[in-house]
Structure formats: C-alpha cells, structure tokens
Design a binder for this molecule. Structure first.
Ligand SMILES: Cc1ncc(COP(=O)(O)O)c(C=O)c1O
Length: 369
C-alpha cells in the first residue's frame, strides 16, 4: 500500500536528533514559555520575512487570537473562502464576528479577489485568505483591496510555510499570518502547535498577552485571555525539523513536477502553479468528475488518497443561519468538494512510488471508463 501520507519515515530518519531535543528540554525541565519557544519564534518569523512570531497551541488558536488582536468582535464581518479546512471560518465565529463566505478561484483553490471585492461592506473588518494546499492566494490583488477598503488582512498560511508570492514569503503580506504545526503539515510538530507571525509589534504584543490569560506581568491580567502556548518540547522538536524544511520543500516540488508530467495525458485537472506564486505542495490535489470511483479503484490498486475537503464551508451545518438569505452559492467550492482528490504527497515518497501511483491512476481511469 502506498499511503497518502506517512510520518513514520520522517521520524525514523530524524529519531536521534529529535530524541536529543526532547532530552534537552527534559533536563532543563522548563516546559512552558522558555528559550526553545523563543528561538523557534525568531526562526519562523525570519523565514516568513517578519520581525515577530508568537507560538500558540494550534493553528486554530493562531487564527482566533490573530482576529482578537485586531479587535474583531460582534457586529464585524470577516471575508473567508468557501473551500478550506473548517478552522478558517470557525475562528471568525470564535471571535464573535460573522464569516462572510466567498467562492474560490478553481485554478488555485484560493479566494477569488473579484468576488471578495463585491462582498465588502461597511462592517468588513478583515479579509482572511487561505493559501490552500500550499498555493499562495493572489496576494497582490488582495493586498491592494485591503489597503483600498482599509480592512485588515490575515493570512491563513497553515498549509503553506515556505511558499512565496512575487519573491516574498507567505506570512509577510498580512497584518498577521497564522501557521499550524499539526503533525501532517509541511513543518509538523509531534502534537498540536501553531504560531502567529507579524511585522507589527503592537499586534505581536497583544497576541502574546491573549495566549497567556491576558497577562504580560505575572498574575496581572489586563484583559480576558486564553491558555494557548506552544510548549518547549514541541518547540525543540520543531526547531530540528525546521532545518530540514528547505530540502523537504524541494522534494515536494520535485514529486509534484513528476506527477504532472506522468499524469498529463489523463482526463484530470492537475494542480498548477500560477506565477508569481511559488507552491509548496502541502497536497497534490487533482480534480476528476469521477472522483469517488477513482478513489475506490486506486484503493483496490493499493494507493491511498484523501478528500480535502468533501463538504465546502457553506454546506457545513455549523455555518447555516449566518443571516445570508439565500446562502452563498459558491459553485467552485462545491465542484472542488465533489471532484478533489489528494494523491500521496510527502517528502520521503520515492520516485518508484510516484511512478507506481501514476501507473495506478492510468489503470484506475481505464477501469472506470
Ligand atoms: C487551512 C487550515 N487552517 C487552519 C488549520 C488549523 O490548524 P490546527 O489543526 O493546528 O488547529 C488547518 C489545519 O489543521 C488548516 O489546514
């Protein structure tokens, strides 16, 4: 069986380095808000081209606390894509605001700037694009739009660490940007973790306060906050993995290029890199009108695949009754939900496995006709 993702290979290779990092923290016995976390914050901020990083407990908390730091709350609207993991929109609900769901551009699976423009109202407080599958959203158009309407820009870069747009790293475009270090991400912890990055010192300070009970001085609580810290063991593990991220990104891009060459003759829509975006292929996701039959045939041939995501945001019961009548249509998001299929994609996947997946794709599509 070729799995869609296999973390055991990465951890087998890095075992000695990772255990050494855990041991270092155990010996220090400093587990929360210490030197490993601070070093990781500086390293990740530098990678994102900004001055500040604030480690938090998850990517979901990063989004929620970034919105809180901007003062987003009841009565505000935040524009967010119809096709993403649920957290991009649920973070807006957590902040007490209303997610305004806008369709994606199917060429990149990211927020369509022309439709965002039409969705802006006097209540819009922020636009929250998602760099889905590792492909940066159209940051030129969305950045210009945010400046023109004087609304904040918050990047959901959970799937896109290391990607860039017009030569600038993702994470450097928004007022704030949010990262997830969920284990399967391009940079994954051995548990839950996330980070907010920003170039704006006052926003970094606010997130620092919010992640720690609204406190900057011990037992002094200036505002209502949360307990959402990135712990020292995860930080130490992530620092080991961060050193390998450039090589992993090259491997992901290499296997995506190989897939695209080997699958070019099939009746599929293949993922494309739209310049000036540089894609980091968190997922290699194709569109097929016969997606469900294709997934089953591939499973029979020993190839694991995943559906990212089988139901778009407007179809989730959680987001019904947001006051939209009728609910937003979002045909591109619905089509993506019906047709998207993610193939095996992780840096340790071998050339022979990529070729075996491509061969199975040909056989499977032949079989289902
Ligand atoms: C696009 C996107 N946003 C947000 C999140 C939330 O991150 P976490 O799982 O770390 O809370 C994820 C992933 O899980 C994601 O893929």
């Amino acid at each position: 069986m070729i799995p869609q993702i296999d973390l055991t290979r990465q951890h087998a290779r890095l075992k000695a380095e990772l255990l050494e990092a855990v041991e270092r923290v155990l010996v220090s016995s400093r587990f929360i808000l210490g030197p490993e976390g601070e070093a990781l914050e500086a390293e990740v901020a530098a990678l994102c081209g900004v001055r500040h990083g604030v480690g938090v407990a998850s990517g979901t908390d990063a989004l929620h606390l970034a919105l809180r730091a901007l003062g987003v709350g009841p009565g505000d609207e935040v524009i967010t894509p119809a096709f993403s993991f649920v957290a991009s929109a649920s973070a807006v609900l957590h902040a007490g605001a209303r997610p305004v769901i806008v369709d994606i551009d199917l060429r990149t699976f990211t927020l369509d700037p022309a439709q965002v423009e039409r969705a802006v109202t006097p209540r819009t407080k922020a636009v929250l694009p998602v760099h889905l599958y590792g492909h940066p959203a159209d940051m030129e158009a969305l950045g210009a739009l945010a400046r023109r309407h004087r609304v904040a820009l918050v990047e959901d870069a959970a799937q896109a660490i290391g990607a860039s747009y017009a030569g600038r790293p993702v994470g450097s475009f928004g007022d704030l940007a949010c990262l997830s270090f969920y284990p399967t991400k391009n940079l994954g912890a051995c548990g839950d973790a996330g980070m907010v990055v920003t170039d704006r010192e006052e926003l970094a300070e606010r997130v620092r306060r919010l992640r720690d009970h609204g406190s900057r001085a011990k037992y002094q609580h200036a505002e209502l906050g949360w307990s959402s810290r990135l712990d020292e063991i995860q930080a130490a593990l992530l620092r080991v993995k961060l050193r390998h991220l450039p090589a992993w990104t090259r491997a992901r891009r290499g296997l995506a290029a190989r897939y695209s060459a080997l699958l070019a003759d099939l009746p599929l829509t293949l993922p494309r890199e739209r310049p000036p975006a540089v894609h980091v292929y968190h997922h290699y996701t194709v569109l097929s009108p016969k997606r469900d039959a294709l997934q089953k045939a591939l499973a029979d041939l020993g190839v694991g695949t995943t559906l990212h995501y089988p139901l778009p945001i407007p179809g989730q019961p959680l987001f019904r009754g947001l006051g939209d009548s009728p609910p937003p249509e979002c045909p591109a998001a619905w089509r993506a939900s019906r047709e998207a299929l993610s193939l095996p994609c992780f840096p340790e996947l071998t050339d022979a496995e990529v070729e075996a997946v491509a061969k199975a794709m040909h056989q499977a599509l032949n079989r289902i006709g």
